[in-house]
Write a protein that binds this ligand. Structure first.
Ligand code: MN
Ligand code: MN
Length: 308
């Protein structure tokens, strides 16, 4: 029998235990990154340290460590030859995903190297704290978004309106419902036993408050299981499916497959044939600085319980 993939409705004690372990590891790695990331550090070192720490703590990365700097809101991870460093006076979002047997914890923190932007980061943390506090079975998604928007606006900042929190499912990072950070038409409600990543994104009031896709993408995932014509492409797709299943991965993670010249052609064949989908880097549309704070929670009878 094939194991279930996707939203899991009833959480058994065994599943909860896997979520809790994933959450503990994710929180440890996030805090370790908060303590150790410095200006001038190679970005690729940050990504690889986070990912190897996840493994040494007994988990697996649920997606590549995202290091999104300043107006980059999300989805940057180092390509194999990344020479970039953490810039001075930057605002750096570190986003970490851990899974145990497909059960995912997703968490992020913003590290601020410029005292002028500390308030921006505090407001994203405050919005997250408030959001986690109001989650309970029966809360409407529309109400949730309104409350987050009110919190951020009342402190003089602006939410990013087209980035949302999301339900997580087994081997699926974005599954089911979303949790908007602005007021939104929705008839959905939060239900008992659901697992959500809650993640307010905050920018300055004069910024556009939306993100756009940049032309670059460094994170990919399996899109269709059909078999490509080329033998080399089939072999690479099989490697991707057996190692990452439906979870996002970075090109860096293909190093066990072979040298870059070996997989390069097959990789672009898989992209152009849409066997793989790519996650474009999200950039604030007007160049505004962005802060993000994220926790994964499980909805219990009396409210949200933090996993991360
Ligand atoms: Mn995340
Ligand atoms: Mn997330």
């Amino acid at each position: 029998m094939r194991e279930p993939v996707g939203v899991v409705v009833m959480l058994s004690a065994e599943v909860m235990e896997k979520y809790r372990r994933a959450g503990e590891i994710a929180a440890k790695v996030r805090e370790e990154m908060r303590r150790t990331v410095r200006e001038g550090m190679p970005i690729i070192e940050v990504c690889e340290r986070a990912e190897s720490l996840i493994v040494s703590l007994g988990g697996k990365p649920a997606f590549p460590c995202n290091v999104s700097i300043n107006d980059v809101a999300a989805h940057y991870t180092s390509p194999p030859d990344d020479e970039g460093e953490i810039p001075e006076n930057s605002v750096v979002k570190i986003d970490i995903g851990v899974h145990i047997d497909g059960y995912i914890a997703d968490t992020a923190a913003t590290i601020c190297f410029d005292p002028n932007h500390e308030r921006l980061v505090e407001v994203s943390e405050g919005a997250l704290k408030m959001a986690v506090k109001i989650i309970r079975p029966g809360l409407s998604i529309a109400r949730f978004g309104l409350e987050v928007q009110r919190f951020i606006k009342s402190r003089g900042f602006k939410p990013i309106s087209n980035l949302t929190g999301h339900q997580v499912g087994r081997y699926l990072i974005h599954a089911g419902k979303v949790l908007p950070n602005v007021s939104q038409m929705s008839i959905s409600k939060i239900r008992l036993g659901e697992v959500y990543a809650v993640e307010p994104f905050v920018t300055y009031p004069e910024a556009a408050g939306i993100v756009k896709n940049s032309p670059e993408a460094f994170i990919f995932r399996l899109a269709k299981r059909k078999s490509p014509k080329e033998a080399e492409s089939r072999r690479l797709l099989k490697f991707i499916e057996s190692n990452f299943r439906t979870l996002p991965f970075a090109e860096r993670w293909l190093r066990n497959y072979g040298s870059r010249s070996e997989y390069r052609r097959a990789f672009s064949d898989l992209i152009s044939g849409r066997y793989l989908m790519s996650y474009p880097v999200f950039v604030e549309a007007s160049g505004g600085l962005v802060a993000q704070s994220e926790h994964t929670v499980v909805v219990e009878k009396d409210g949200a319980s933090l996993l991360t």
